[in-house]
Design a protein around this ligand. Structure first.
Ligand SMILES: Cc1cc2nc3c(=O)[nH]c(=O)nc-3n(C[C@H](O)[C@H](O)[C@H](O)COP(=O)(O)OP(=O)(O)OC[C@H]3O[C@@H](n4cnc5c(N)ncnc54)[C@H](O)[C@@H]3O)c2cc1C
Length: 589
């Protein structure tokens, strides 16, 4: 049991094994800290980074010399509904090119033109072609280099090892370690760690249709809240316009934005290229939230294919471009007997990216001492809508800074932990899992997970209302009180995935509830957050929502002003989103 768990002492514990985790671990190691990574899945193969497709935004100006970090920041603010934290965003846009180049020194290879400049693709919401690529497998190439570098440095990586709950010293409001579970051995591990970095990503799995891999249940949201940190704008989830609906084998899987970047067009059941009506300037390359909402309206207003989808087509794009620039998308289609060079794809929006997340400052430190967050776990930088290809640079920029600062804090003037308090924390952590381990009380975690996913998709999804959100909250509240205590596993052994599922259910309920609460409070529509009962943006909501949790598990939500250090709302022209049943208003954006 936990009380006889293995104890591992380290300077910096990195929770996660994706791009932000790897870059954080490299940075902390570089500063001289002893670093451990715990990864819920396989290192290099779990999380979203290895499956990222379309590319990495960095304002090199290779494709267009007018591009620079200020243009990148401006586009990201407009795309983000002007509620991005511009201090964080400045750091991202300035540092993206250096972080990208550095990947090549780790062994990644990216597309270049005949002059050895980077090939840069045009993606939605970017004013210039700014997205660097490795065909349509950019994340995999990036992860290859990062994995090499982590292993080259001999950083300790514990794979199939899940972080469960953070250990804290309440008197000093600091994190002092983490309880983890080694899935392979069925063994609990207690990390006594000076600093901890949360990089386990977002909560995409809370939705029935999602691109996010299975591990991404929002564990970092739950662990951060329980430890006293705050979430920001967690209601602002991104729905990506192009997910497969059919064939069934790939339903819900992503179609890279690179497909639209290379000229892909959207058609409704009437054969209309409907984006010409909504947004004749940007067409399919309007921002993701905008295009998703247009597809939603086409289907809702009866112009959808089979009342549930629209077509995405590259049949007019030369085969050679498809072969060269979209090989992964071509291959995926061919596996299911769809040749995208000759057949359209049958698509609908799917949940994609957690725009909000753990609230951090420009050191990527949370409000809890010695606790940092980076990558998709951290919120604020992308506002209400992340531009395509802005996550990969975020991972590396935030990961490096979090890793450096976590390491400096651990190696600096660190006051050692009172062991009596530490033992008490182990007892508390033991109680946290006691009612799961070996307790089969009749509630199956897997079917509960599926119920949550359907509930959140239907009620907190692409269109929301007071009624749907209140319904979701009531059901989640009921699950928390009446079902969660009865979820257990049927015995503890190696590869006890039911135990993990039970913990995932806790995380999914926390993320679903926070999302619904924020969405209920935000009585407007902005970016990916579309309230059918409040369909337009409101000035008073050019604001962030911060969520915290008290010791009893009750939530507090507060509205705070946005950080607009560079651009003010009145300086920019915002796109006007279409409203159902009304003539679409063209967007200048
Ligand atoms: C299909 C797809 C395509 C995308 N394409 C692009 C793109 O082209 N450009 C772009 O900028 N962005 C893209 N994105 C988004 C981007 O890939 C992600 O936002 C980003 O990779 C997240 O990185 P991360 O390091 O924060 O987390 P991830 O890479 O998701 O890694 C999370 C890690 O945490 C681990 N983990 C989870 N819970 C725990 C726990 N409790 N304990 C220990 N470990 C845990 C997971 O196993 C995983 O290793 C795409 C996303 C998807 C799904």
């Amino acid at each position: 049991m936990i009380r006889d768990a293995e104890i591992i002492t380290t300077d910096v514990l990195v929770i996660g094994g994706g791009g932000s985790a790897s870059r954080a671990a490299i940075a902390a190691d570089n500063e001289g800290a002893v670093v451990h990574m715990v990864v819920k899945g396989l290192f290099g193969h779990s999380g979203c980074t290895p499956v990222a497709l379309g590319g990495f935004a960095a304002a090199f100006g290779h494709a267009d010399p007018r591009d620079n970090w200020k243009e990148h920041l401006k586009d990201s603010c407009i795309g983000g509904g002007m509620i991005n934290n511009q201090d964080l965003l400045e750091v991202l846009c300035k540092n993206a090119p250096s972080r990208f180049r550095e990947l090549e020194s780790y062994g990644s290879v990216f597309d270049r033109d005949s002059n050895q400049n980077y090939y840069q693709r045009q993606l939605g919401g970017h004013s210039f072609p700014r997205t660097c690529t490795s065909a349509d497998r950019t994340g995999g190439e990036m992860m290859k280099g990062l994995t090499y570098e982590v292993y080259r440095r001999e950083i300790s990586v514990l794979q199939d090892c899940m972080a469960i709950t953070l250990l804290k010293e309440e008197q000093t409001n600091r994190v002092v370690g983490c309880l983890c579970y080694d899935i392979k051995r069925g063994q609990f591990l207690i990390f006594k760690s000076k600093s901890v970095i949360l990089t386990s990503g977002g909560c995409g799995q809370v939705f029935k249709f999602c691109f996010a891999p299975y591990q991404k249940a929002g564990d970092s949201n739950r662990m951060a809240l329980e430890a006293g940190a705050e979430l920001v704008d967690i209601e602002l989830f991104q729905f990506h316009p192009t997910g497969y609906i059919q064939p069934e084998g790939i339903a819900g899987q992503s179609i890279s934005e690179g497909v639209r970047g290379e000229g892909g067009r959207l058609y409704n059941a009437l054969g209309e290229r409907f984006m010409e009506r909504y947004n004749p300037q940007q067409l399919e390359l309007a921002c993701r939230d905008y295009v998703s909402r247009c597809i939603y309206f086409e289907v809702k207003e009866g112009r959808g294919v089979d009342d549930k989808a629209v077509y995405l087509s590259v049949t007019h794009v030369p085969d050679q471009i498809v072969d060269q620039r979209l090989p992964a998308m071509l291959g995926r289609g061919l596996n299911y007997k769809i040749d995208i060079r000759t057949d359209p794809m049958y698509i609908y929006p799917s949940s994609h990216y957690q725009n909000g997340g753990i609230r951090v400052d420009t050191s990527w430190k949370t409000g809890v001492e010695y606790l940092y967050a980076a990558g998709e776990s951290a919120g604020g930088i992308h506002g209400g809508n992340r531009l395509g290809s802005n996550s990969l640079p975020d991972l590396l920029v935030s990961g490096k800074i979090a890793g450096e600062n976590a390491s400096l804090a651990a190696l600096g003037d660190y006051k050692s932990v009172d062991m009596t308090n530490f033992r008490k924390e182990i007892e508390r952590a033991a109680e946290y899992v006691d009612d799961i381990v070996g307790q089969d009380n009749g509630v199956n975690p897997i079917s509960t997970r599926n119920e949550i996913k359907a509930l959140v998709w239907d009620n907190v999804g692409i269109a929301r209302s007071k009624e749907s959100l209140t319904h979701a909250l009531n059901v989640l509240e009921d699950m928390k009180v009446n079902r969660l205590p009865r979820i257990g596993d049927r015995g503890r052994s190696a590869y006890n995935t039911e135990f993990m599922e039970a913990l995932d259910v806790r995380s999914l309920i926390v993320s679903g509830e926070c999302m619904a609460r924020g969405a209920l409070m935000r009585e407007e529509s902005r970016c990916g957050h579309f309230r059918e009962d409040f369909p337009v943006p409101k000035d008073e909501w050019t604001a962030n929502i911060v969520t915290s949790m008290d010791k009893e598990g009750a939530y507090q939500l507060k509205k705070i002003p946005v950080v607009q250090t560079h651009l003010k709302t009145e300086d920019v022209e915002m796109p006007i989103f279409p409203v159902c049943g009304m003539e679409p208003t063209p967007c200048e954006g």
